[in-house]
Design a protein around this ligand. Structure first.
Ligand code: ZN
Length: 268
């Protein structure tokens, strides 16, 4: 059992008195290592809630700087952070929230060269990225490493969340085998995004991440949760592992990481 300080007992008291968490669960969280992909719209609530909950090591990878147009939704950052790296701004916000958290800032873009070396150091990956090349790269690398991903994505007023757990359920390619061709993907600048939406989707990702770390409840493995902010509707869709999946199927055709062409440069 973790040797809690007096201050930690008080900080985490509302967790410790929950029978599903308790001192053991809080210890698990403090000993957990989570990697967050992206410190943007989804990454903001994910980082803040994981830090507040006492996830002990939080890696954050993002190579972008804070832009004024981010502040409509990216609540990790403030007006005085404009122009500084998002990882630096995120680290300051998280440390202020909870100095127990060891923040590992990675001011890079994840790619086929660095993916394994970064991902293998974490227990769980939370995907808050905004683009298909990164999403597919993380999926493929995590299938190869056997690491679970809490996936979230948003588009205008709609969002989706699922948990991709190698060996326990489908991977991203079981659902969407290939990324859309560059010419067919909607322009993110034109698409826009409702500012509160990543707050809802990212918060659900944080819930799923903490449940996996604590091994409690029923996770979204094999279920795609769909949210529509305009009609305030949640729907659940059953997902099955595809035996013909090019990544995790019986005869995988993808055996190395692929750097797909970037076709959306705007940060959600
Ligand atoms: Zn698959």
């Amino acid at each position: 059992m973790f040797n809690f300080s007096k201050e930690q007992i008080e900080r985490y008291s509302r967790h410790i008195i929950l029978k599903e968490v308790g001192g053991m669960g809080q210890t698990k969280l403090l000993e957990s290592k989570v990697l967050l992909i992206g410190a943007g719209g989804l990454g903001s609530p994910i980082a803040v809630y994981l830090a507040a909950a006492g996830v002990g090591t939080l890696g954050i990878i993002d190579d972008d700087v804070v832009d004024l147009s981010n502040l409509q939704r990216q609540i990790l950052h403030g007006t005085s952070d404009i122009g500084i790296p998002k990882t630096k701004s995120a680290e300051a916000t998280i440390t202020e929230m909870n100095p127990d958290v060891n923040v590992i800032s990675i001011n890079e873009r994840i790619n086929s060269e660095n993916a394994f070396q970064i991902l293998e150091q974490y227990d769980l990956i939370v995907d808050g990225c905004d683009n298909f090349p990164t999403r597919y790269l993380i999926n493929d690398a995590c299938v190869m490493l056997g690491k679970p991903i809490v996936h979230g994505s948003i588009f205008q007023f709609d969002g989706q969340v699922t948990v991709l757990y190698p060996g326990k359920g489908p991977c991203y390619r079981c659902i969407f085998p290939e990324p859309p061709p560059a010419g067919l993907a909607p322009s993110c600048q034109e698409a826009g995004v409702f500012g509160v939406l990543p707050g809802i989707i990212g918060t659900i990702q944080a819930v799923e991440a903490i449940k996996i770390l604590l091994d409690i409840g029923d996770s979204l493995i094999g279920t795609l949760l769909l949210f529509d902010a305009l009609t305030m509707t949640f729907n659940r869709m059953k997902l099955r592992q595809d035996e013909d999946c090019p990544m995790c199927g019986e005869n995988p055709t993808i055996t190395e990481l692929i750097d797909y062409e970037e076709f959306c440069e705007v940060q959600w």
